[in-house]
Design a protein around this ligand. Structure first.
Ligand code: GRG
Length: 285
């Protein structure tokens, strides 16, 4: 485990009690690994706006909990019906469908309990409440869940291009956006700066999901830690099926470059965040 993994894991509930099995399922999914992209984006945005405190950590852990909860639910038989994630059997395979549903619910709600811990660490209450409101909105029906709803509703049908873009911006982009915007809010960025961050994050989100589409056709199960060819199996319209592989690659590059260029308009040392955004452009998993 990396130091980042250990710090994030320290926010998980301890096993035990009558609810032991659901806590074990939550911990199993969270501790299986992953790139921790959302906490890293949150951290780098917080630093960019001069944040130095420890109170960013609960939000970083909360973002990873919500992300993990979405992966648990996404893998369920009623959704993508996948058996492998992060190189391990998916939660429903290890713990059963009932416990996987509860573990996803459990992580989603525990994320907010965790984010609120910033209050007892001395973070200004107005910033914590604004960051939590952002997190809630972009996780819910006006964010990730809304995007997933459209994704499920359109599965197996020809998806209009603007709907596909909506799905990408919401299903995947919304939580990446919340990661960066909450980092900015907790560091005290003003509203104009938060809006600039939102625009940057929106480009990052599009690039991230299109790269995900490409990995689904070009990678291996071993490297990805999840099955490849999942989009075709699930009859999903993707940027690759609509625009072709070459154009999809070009879009990953152009959205990432746009994000880095917009970042350059912000004050402070933007290089660490720019480096992270560029690294996502040609990620291998
Ligand atoms: C339970 C809150 C909750 C929501 C359920 C199922 C669902 C609604 C949403 C699914 C959203 C989803 C899985 C979008 C795909 C996003 C995506 C590209 C995931 C892969 O992220 P990585 O590459 O994964 O960061 P790792 O494993 O590295 O963390």
């Amino acid at each position: 485990m990396t130091e980042l993994d250990e710090r994030l894991a320290s926010f998980l509930p301890a096993e035990g009690g009558q609810q032991d099995i659901v806590i074990r399922a939550m911990r199993d999914a969270f501790l299986a690994g992953g790139k921790r992209v959302r906490p890293r984006l949150c951290w780098e945005t917080y630093r960019l706006f001069g944040g130095t405190g420890e109170e960013i950590w609960p939000m970083m852990a909360a973002l990873e909990m919500i992300h993990t909860s979405s992966l648990i639910h996404d893998d369920l038989p009623a959704m993508d019906n996948d058996r492998l994630r992060r190189g391990r059997p998916t939660t429903w395979v290890s713990f059963g469908e009932d416990m996987a549903i509860l573990a996803g619910d459990g992580l989603m709600i525990y994320a907010f309990e965790t984010a609120a811990r910033a209050l007892s660490m001395g973070a200004p209450a107005d910033r914590v409440s604004a960051a939590m409101a952002e997190l809630a909105r972009r996780t819910g029906i006006f964010g990730m869940i809304g995007g997933q709803t459209a994704d499920v509703a359109w599965t197996g049908k020809p998806v209009p291009r603007e709907t596909l873009e909506f799905i990408y911006r919401e299903k995947t982009g919304a939580l990446l956006e919340a990661s960066m915007v909450t980092g900015a809010i907790l560091a005290g960025a003003d509203e104009a700066q938060q809006e600039a961050v939102r625009r940057i994050a929106s480009c990052v989100g599009m690039a991230f999901q299109i790269r995900d589409d490409l990995l689904d056709i070009e990678s291996t199960e071993e490297e990805l830690g999840k099955p490849i060819g999942s989009d075709e199996r699930n009859q999903k319209t993707t940027f690759v099926t609509v625009y072709g592989e070459e154009k999809a690659r070009e879009l990953v590059r152009s959205y990432s470059e746009e994000a880095v260029a917009l970042l350059g308009t912000l004050p402070g040392d933007t290089e660490p965040l720019a480096r992270l955004i560029r690294s996502l452009m040609d990620r291998k998993n």
